[in-house]
Ligand binder design. Structure first.
Ligand SMILES: Cc1ncc(COP(=O)(O)O)c(C=O)c1O
Length: 412
């Protein structure tokens, strides 16, 4: 494995049952982690344990099972909040990043955005950090503006300064691009936005799973992330904010458990964060997310980052020699998450992904839910390999061999 391996890769791989699987008679090489990560047995066991030993609703029942479920669910909230440097009272469980940005759109946007306001996002965003703001802008007759990018695929600070002259109501930015891998200096962006009075939203979907994140140090108003991209279950994620701000904004969904009192003509709201968690919540997957946080904490996020940086460096060195290989985004691992987008000559990314699948290699091909970025790159699609803690040099070697095979098939 890597000469300077900061983690025990073989021991980690033993924790992921799916990695024993073969695809088309080959060892599974899973390089689609930006879409979703695999789950260690510790997460799977936490789900099985909940359903087989203490399945019950939370916050309602005084019986033993109900208390155990509530304790585990609130324990998961504490773990997830601590993991990103936030207070548990400021962490709302959602279905994931998409639901988190939509929560901001409704709960904050309905209250604070006025006709003629400017909302700002960037050209490197996932659709979940664009479409909610388009919908909000349309409903409120506000303007949506985009920060452009430098040729290297980083945020163009001059363009940011230009849009901030409009004194926008909101600036929404990704912490790490799911296509270019660019890690943005979100603390700086938020500080610049705050100076002109803008609220700030940071999309942490590709950050929290890959490097240490400190919500308090970033200084944003809202921070969103997804459990399934950080070794946790699907259907669970979070919106992190300050308790006082959550108290100030309106509820997102109405129903059971988010209320204090209900009268015929009005209701009063539960304390935060429960005000935003209407109905029966996703108990099992929140507990699974808590187990994923424990797992990543045990490995150490500094080590996860170090491992992925070494892998990224090795990948860029290995693949640069492959005929027709064209990479998009920053090249220095210091400024890049574990995401690598590329094209191979004029081979369509879907054809490439199909050839790699024959070799047991899973990558993503397509627009990666970032169509404005694809247009900016002037491509219809890219191929994307993305890493997590169980990937090693052997996976990159397999990818390289697969790309060379595709090159031979397409006579590059
Ligand atoms: C940068 C980024 N933001 C947001 C999302 C949306 O996450 P989810 O589908 O978990 O809501 C993704 C998922 O690919 C992403 O990569």
């Amino acid at each position: 494995m890597l000469k300077t391996e900061p983690i025990d890769l073989e021991a980690i791989r033993r924790d992921f049952p799916i990695l024993k699987r073969e695809v088309n008679g080959k060892r599974l090489v899973y390089l689609d982690n930006a879409a979703t990560t695999q789950k260690p047995r510790q997460v799977i066991e936490a789900l099985v344990d909940y359903y087989s030993r203490y399945n019950s609703n939370v916050h309602r029942s005084v019986h033993r099972l109900g208390e155990e479920a509530t304790e585990a669910y609130e324990g998961a909230r504490e773990k997830a909040a601590r993991f990103v440097g936030a207070s548990p009272k400021g962490l709302v469980f959602t279905r994931g990043t998409t639901e988190s940005t939509n929560l901001v759109r409704f709960s904050w946007g309905e209250k604070f955005v006025k006709k003629g306001d400017t909302l700002v996002t960037t050209l490197m965003e996932h659709h979940s950090n664009i479409v909610p703001w388009q919908l909000l802008a349309k409903r409120k007759e506000a303007n949506l503006r985009f920060v452009s990018l430098t040729p290297e695929g980083t945020l163009d600070i001059a363009s940011l300064e230009e849009v901030l002259r409009d004194s926008p109501a909101l600036v929404a930015v990704t912490h790490c691009s799911n296509v270019l891998g660019t890690i943005n200096d979100v603390a700086k962006v938020c500080s610049m936005a705050r100076k002109v009075g803008a609220a700030t939203v940071v999309d942490g979907a590709q950050a929290v799973p890959h490097f240490p994140v400190d919500f308090a140090a970033i200084g944003c108003d809202f921070y969103a992330f997804s459990g399934h991209k950080m070794l946790g279950p699907t259907g669970i994620g979070a919106l992190v904010s300050r308790k006082e701000l959550l108290e100030e904004i309106d509820p997102f969904h109405g129903g059971g458990e988010m209320i204090k009192e209900v009268f015929l003509d009005h209701s009063t709201w539960n304390d935060v964060p429960y005000k935003f968690e209407a109905g029966t919540v996703n108990i099992a997957d929140a507990i699974g997310l808590g187990a994923a946080v424990d797992y990543l904490t045990h490995v150490g996020m500094d080590k996860v980052r170090e491992h992925e940086m070494a892998l990224l460096r090795y990948t860029l060195e290995s693949l640069t020699g492959v005929k027709g290989f064209k990479h998009y985004g920053p090249r220095e691992p210091e400024n890049k998450g574990g995401v690598l987008s590329f094209n191979l000559g004029d081979v369509h990314p879907h054809d490439l992904a199909t050839i790699l699948d024959e070799e047991g290699i899973a990558i993503r091909s397509g627009h990666h839910c970032a169509q404005p970025l694809m247009r900016w790159l002037d491509v219809s699609a890219t191929s994307r390999a993305s890493f997590h803690v169980y990937n090693g040099q052997d996976d990159v070697d397999a990818l390289k061999a697969g790309l060379e095979k595709a090159g031979r098939i397409f006579r590059l």
